[in-house]
Design a binder for this molecule. Structure first.
Ligand code: 6CS
Length: 353
């Protein structure tokens, strides 16, 4: 716990540093020349810290591009906190202060309405490989939803999963009744909030920078995340229960500032595209391994014991039933384009099953 607090103090310090770095970063995006060839210095923001899926993905992405370009492309990968909150990072990407970011759609919910579709619980399959295939190939996401993001100066290059979502709480969460009055922490999306209200919970949006402390002080009762993140962020140390609910999948987007991206020479942009493709299986294997390994860590942890329960299909159905009217109301409210995107995605998932 001391480590966590110390880590966040450090992160606060780096926020200040980041303003200075960010100012330099954009100036130096075209770095100069090596042997007559242009060099590039870019910034890549993540919402996670070293050892966690997003950071490791981004670092591998950066290493591969460095190697492919014979050292001409240098990418500094930033841990979460180094550039501010999740929402701050999105704004920096939009304005071109940073070139790349991993963005969770949950933090763009008040801006890109259609991107909230990832908050729809029980939308995807239980088969994670199938889900990743859909994320890789979906026209609904990679063309139509990507266009919606691009209107806001965010260009998604890939949608990928960080694993199935589970609940932790300061009490058992097995039935919708258990959510009655439950203070649930969520990301910034109004649809995530609505989804938990449908279970009778009392949701609050919060950055994960404040989440460990908020759970520890009982300011919130619980949260949702993939297992690797629950363990690595030590949420299980301040929660008594974890429910394997698989009520949704965590989706992240690899994004780039569109003006920067389209302004690059073709050969450099091709290297980026090639690396995005290579990273699809790498990201999937990374999350799969960490989610498996860190589940064992939670189960075997004697210092901070956590009661882990797995919902039966019948228990999941009780939540699914309450989630369906939320799907309906989102389809009615999101506008014609959003409705078409969700319906196309639903058809793509069905076709893949
Ligand atoms: O719960 C969150 O907000 C965080 N969860 C993950 C898996 N990644 C980053 C995000 O900010």
């Amino acid at each position: 716990m001391f480590f966590k607090e110390k880590k966040f103090m450090l992160l606060t310090f780096t926020i200040v540093m980041s303003v200075i770095l960010a100012a330099c970063g954009s100036e130096e995006a075209d770095g100069g020349e090596v042997d007559g060839e242009e060099t590039y210095n870019w910034m890549f923001a993540t919402e996670e810290t070293e050892g966690q899926v997003q950071f490791e993905y981004a670092q591998e992405f950066a290493d591969r591009l460095h190697e492919k370009s014979d050292g001409r492309i240098n990418i500094d990968v930033y841990e979460f906190g180094g550039l501010g909150s999740e929402v701050d990072q999105v704004e920096q990407l939009q304005s071109g202060i940073i070139e790349f970011a991993i963005v969770s759609p949950g933090f763009t919910g008040t801006m890109v309405d259609e991107g909230q579709l990832f908050a729809l619980q029980f939308l995807f399959s239980d088969d994670m490989e199938l889900n990743q295939h859909v994320l890789n190939t979906s026209e609904a996401l990679n063309v139509h939803l990507a266009n919606k993001y691009e209107e806001h100066n965010i260009l998604p290059l890939a949608f990928w999963t960080e694993g199935a979502m589970q609940w932790t709480g300061n009490r058992e969460l097995r039935t919708p009744e258990d959510f009655n009055g439950f203070k649930m922490r969520t990301q910034e999306s109004p649809l995530i909030i609505k989804s938990y209200e449908a279970y009778g919970a009392d949701p609050t949006a919060l950055s994960w920078a404040e989440l460990h402390d908020a759970l520890n002080r009982n300011m919130v009762d619980g949260q949702e995340n993939p297992i690797f993140f629950i363990e690595d962020a030590s949420f299980h140390e301040v929660q008594s229960h974890m429910t394997i609910s698989r009520h949704n999948i965590y989706v992240a987007m690899t994004t780039v500032n569109p003006d920067f991206y389209y302004g690059l020479p073709d050969d450099i942009r091709a290297l980026i595209d090639e690396t995005v493709e290579e990273m699809r299986p790498v990201g999937f294997e990374l999350q799969e391994r960490l989610n498996e390994e860190l589940l064992d860590e939670i189960v075997d942890n004697e210092q901070y014991p956590t009661e882990v329960i797995e919902l039966t299909e019948a228990e999941r159905d009780a939540f699914r039933e309450l989630a369906m009217p939320v799907h309906e109301s989102f389809l009615n409210e999101v506008g014609e384009d959003g409705k078409l995107i969700v319906e196309m995605l639903q058809a793509e998932i069905k076709a893949a099953e």
